[in-house]
Design a protein around this ligand. Sequence first.
Ligand SMILES: C[S@@+](CC[C@H](N)C(=O)[O-])C[C@H]1O[C@@H](n2cnc3c(N)ncnc32)[C@H](O)[C@@H]1O
Length: 458
Amino acid sequence: MVTAAVCRFSYNPATMLDSLLACPRCDGTLTPRPDALACPGCRVTFPVIDGLPFLFAEPTATLGEWKARWHMETQRLSDDAKRYAQALGQAAPDGPTHRRLALLARASTDHADRLRALLAPLELDTLQAGHASYLALRTRLPTSQGLNTYYSNVHRDWCWGDKENTASADIVAAALGAVTGRMLVLGSGGSRLAYDLHRRCRPDTTVALDFNPLLLLLARRLTRGEPVELWEFPPAPKSIDDCAVLRTLTAPEPVDENFHFVVADALRAPFQPNSFDTVITPWISDILPEDFAVFCARVNRLLRPGGRWLNFGSLAFDRPDPAQNYSLEETLQLVEQQGFAAPTVHENSIPYMCSPASRHGRREIVVTFVAAKRADAEPVPRHVALPDWVVKGTEPVPLQPSFQMQAMSTRIHAFVMAMIDGQRSIADMAKLMEEQRLMTADEAIPVIRSFLIRMLES
Ligand SMILES: C[S@@+](CC[C@H](N)C(=O)[O-])C[C@H]1O[C@@H](n2cnc3c(N)ncnc32)[C@H](O)[C@@H]1O
């Protein structure tokens, strides 16, 4: 059992960082307060959590959202631990299955305790609702961006990934050449690349921004010289002992006081215009829920005239609009159209996520481009992730056709679920549906069957 003895650093207003920050709602100047930053214009106070400015446009709603995701995750881990313990009871003692399940049962319980300790500054235990309520309201962790989405990367960043980390830092540092002034890393994740570049390229100030508080709380502790033990669960373990591996994560040495973290949305980066000499976007541009052309304009706004944008990683856009799934050629053209000089481009093959405990691991051909800002881009509207009636929760929820349709199917689902009494067969239920004039029995049978299959699977 790990105690929640997390160091609680108070916010030490870093004048350099404060002078760069801006309100994510109105772009106005922020006023430092003890353990908070305030926007007098918007009358909103943004918390500083364990030394990390938490600068989302709706800080309370966003904190609630991350807490809900944690709540789901903790329930999932506890369900996993129960399943392992149950299976363990059936396994032959002293056999290899027993050994594997015992390791997984112990690791998943201990993992939850360790994450809870790490996330303690978010005061997570203020949510009490059960797993079912969260599932019903669909606050389940999205497959794309949950607390855990890039969790495995932290083991590469701070434990076994020297070869991969060095390869990335070498490519980026060589493409950048001499660096001066202020550097911003958007989507810094576990933040190893930001840390390596800060130490190698020696900008005056580095700001590492990510919207995932778990990754930045961890990176902050590590870069202050505090080792952290966390479990790695490799995707394709090489042996029983590799199913769950307790790793000690450490930074080679503590970083200096000119390295800062900000928890915020890269699409609403909370900085004054023209604040940075260099903006780095590692492995993020192609996963953002916004057209890359618009993102180019946002990066442009953050850079001073002549400042440089370095993009690094994959170019694998997966947007709903196929026109926005740009090739390298289109990507470079968009960069130029948004006020940048023609980018210089490099492509390199590097190892990617090759954990020593996993049979999975690959090579990626990464694209690095660097482009200097030659003109301001046309201003783009502030990014709106969700409508106000979702975020604020005080406005009427509009009765959209999709909601009406969903309400109808939910009623039918509820009807089917209510028919399950341990006695009725699918044929009996189909008859009842016919009696209720919902559909004919012949139509109802395959519909009920596929509904029950979905229920079984989830
Ligand atoms: C593929 S990971 C890359 C992490 C890190 N740059 C690296 O090279 O290992 C993408 C990162 O972007 C972050 N991210 C995604 N969307 C974001 C957003 N809108 N604002 C801030 N961070 C975001 C994720 O939390 C994640 O840490």
